[in-house]
Design a protein around this ligand. Structure first.
Ligand code: IMP
Length: 198
């Protein structure tokens, strides 16, 4: 059985493969299909983008496709950047630009609560796509700390920890992250497909 993971983000792919034991499945990713164009992530929810990515890749390859769309939802910003997390500072922006914007937006704010949320979609040929989700709560600290992970990791300290996602060992992030929790749900809900793998 084959499965293609819909991402061209090497960090994300590495995390998904570190978290989940795909034993028995032949795993591919968007990197293996360079001729297939990137999906335009123009949905206004994480769900819409995850489903779009999974369905388009499933159609283009004829293989079952797994896609995730994730975002950082900050309470004091009404849930922003959320679905706009990747390009929050504009087209072509860097992780550093987005982190700087987040610090600016939260200047003087006492409520620093936030969550990372992942919606994962599985699209199989001739079936309706399905979604599951996972989230992790934490706070946005006041300066960047750590150099592991990616994206907003240096500013996000998960509840119950005194280190950011960028300071924690990858094994810890991969145990408690939004992506890990979504994959947990995936293993439970789609156990016909994953056959209880974890
Ligand atoms: P994507 O659309 O799912 O690739 O994720 C959108 C954006 O959310 C990424 O570009 C990152 O800025 C942010 N993001 C998603 N997951 C993580 C994570 O695990 N750590 C830090 N930032 C993340």
């Amino acid at each position: 059985m084959k499965l293609v993971i819909a991402t061209r983000n090497p960090h994300k792919l590495k995390e998904i493969q570190a978290i989940f034991d795909f034993q028995g499945l032949e795993i591919y990713s968007s990197f293996d299909f360079p001729e297939i164009p990137n999906v335009v992530e123009d949905g206004d929810t994480l769900e819409a983008n995850a489903v779009k990515k999974a369905v388009e890749l499933c159609k283009a390859t004829g293989l079952p496709a797994l896609a995730d769309d994730s975002g950082l939802e900050v309470e004091a910003l009404g849930g922003r950047p959320g679905v706009y997390s990747a390009r929050w500072s504009g087209e072509g922006c860097t992780y550093a630009d987005n982190n700087a914007k987040l610090l600016r937006k939260l200047e003087g704010k006492t409520n620093r609560c936030a969550q990372f949320r992942t919606v994962m979609a599985l699209a199989r040929p001739d079936e309706q796509p399905q979604t599951v989700e996972g989230s992790v709560h934490g706070v946005i600290i006041e300066e960047l700390r750590g150099d592991q992970g990616f994206g907003y990791d240096p500013l996000f300290m998960p509840d119950g920890y005194s280190r950011t996602f960028a300071e924690l060992p990858a094994e810890v992030k991969n145990r408690i992250s939004h992506r890990a929790r979504a994959l947990d749900a995936a293993a439970n809900v789609w156990n016909d497909f994953f056959q209880g793998r974890k």
